[in-house]
Design a protein around this ligand. Structure first.
Ligand SMILES: Cc1ncc(COP(=O)(O)O)c(C=O)c1O
Length: 299
């Protein structure tokens, strides 16, 4: 590894740290040619990499489904991620870990790719406007259905995000911040890059994994947090009507945390302002994610 002399972020590629402007991979990498690879996004808040070990577990689970052998142990992955964040020196950062199938020929057969590549990017990310957390975001119910659990399921965090991108394009076309996707039966699944919750009469509901969602690490912690706050949390199928008539709706994700949704496909949610339960969970979650016992302390 080289020392962090450059100002631009240093990117880890297969054992080397290279400046962002020089971080390049082959056009014959099947991650590029076919979206054949897996990834994780992790946030570092005030020197704590929130739920880093859980993200590593999910990365290896995703790779297992794709028969993609990650060329290092989970312990080595943990150390490599920590070393890369330390080399960059950011106390607050966004980490993207990718494992691609690696270089092969132009056919899609993974057997032609002998060596998977590991890439770790440490940078910043901004998903929503600054007002998103105070005023809430708008969303649409997309006509693009979440891929089925027996298809290119988002339970696997793969480098193929076209299902979400098609939905996001619909949201962009009408100026909405996010697209909410239904599963193939017509029940609510998740946002393009986040999980969804509704609140009705003081009870919190979220769709189950069978709707094809990514089993979100934020989702899981927020469910536990809500219970710690005394709320009942129920995983159940949610119809589009239940979504539109909810008292509160919020999204969860690694980079965004807890985000209130105040309008969906032209219908105002509740009174059009972030609801009290959403605001409480947002505030509590911000404390949780900086707690060293909730992740790995890097600095
Ligand atoms: C499709 C999808 N669903 C949900 C999430 C939220 O998951 P997590 O809380 O683990 O970031 C993400 C985040 O990357 C996502 O891409």
């Amino acid at each position: 590894m080289v020392l962090a002399l450059e100002k631009e972020p240093l990117i880890y590629i297969d054992g080397e740290l290279v400046p962002k402007s020089q971080a390049k991979i082959s056009v014959f990498d099947h991650g590029f040619l076919y979206g054949d690879g897996v990834f994780e996004s992790i946030m570092v808040f005030n020197g704590v990499a929130f739920k880093l070990k859980e993200h590593i577990d999910r990365l290896y689970d995703s790779a297992k489904v794709l028969c993609l052998e990650i060329p290092m142990s989970k312990e080595e992955m943990l150390k490599t991620i920590i070393d890369t964040v330390k080399a960059n020196g950011f106390r607050d950062a966004y980490i993207r870990v990718l494992v691609t199938r690696g270089v092969g020929d132009l056919g899609l057969d993974p057997r032609k790719c002998p060596k998977p590549s590991v890439i770790i990017i440490v940078d910043k990310i901004k998903l929503f406007r600054d007002e998103a957390w105070t005023q809430g975001v708008t969303a649409i119910i997309s006509s693009v259905r979440r891929d089925r659990v027996d298809a290119t399921t988002h339970e696997v965090k793969s480098m193929n995000y076209l299902n979400s991108i098609l939905a996001k394009l619909e949201a962009n076309a009408v100026g909405a911040d996010e697209a909410i996707m239904l599963d193939d039966r017509g029940f609510v699944s998740e946002g393009a890059t986040d999980n969804i919750f509704i609140v009705k009469d003081g009870v919190i509901y979220t769709p189950p994994r069978t709707t094809g969602i990514l089993p979100g690490i934020t989702r899981s912690r927020v469910m536990k947090l809500a219970e710690e706050c005394g709320y009942k949390v129920v995983e159940k199928d949610i119809t589009p009507s239940e979504l539109l008539t909810a008292d509160e709706v919020f999204l969860t994700g690694t980079a965004a945390g807890v985000v209130p949704v105040v309008k969906i496909s032209g219908r105002t949610i509740g009174d059009g302002k972030p609801g009290p339960i959403t605001l409480e969970l947002m505030k509590r979650f911000r404390q949780v994610r900086e707690d060293p016992s909730e992740g790995v302390k890097i600095f």
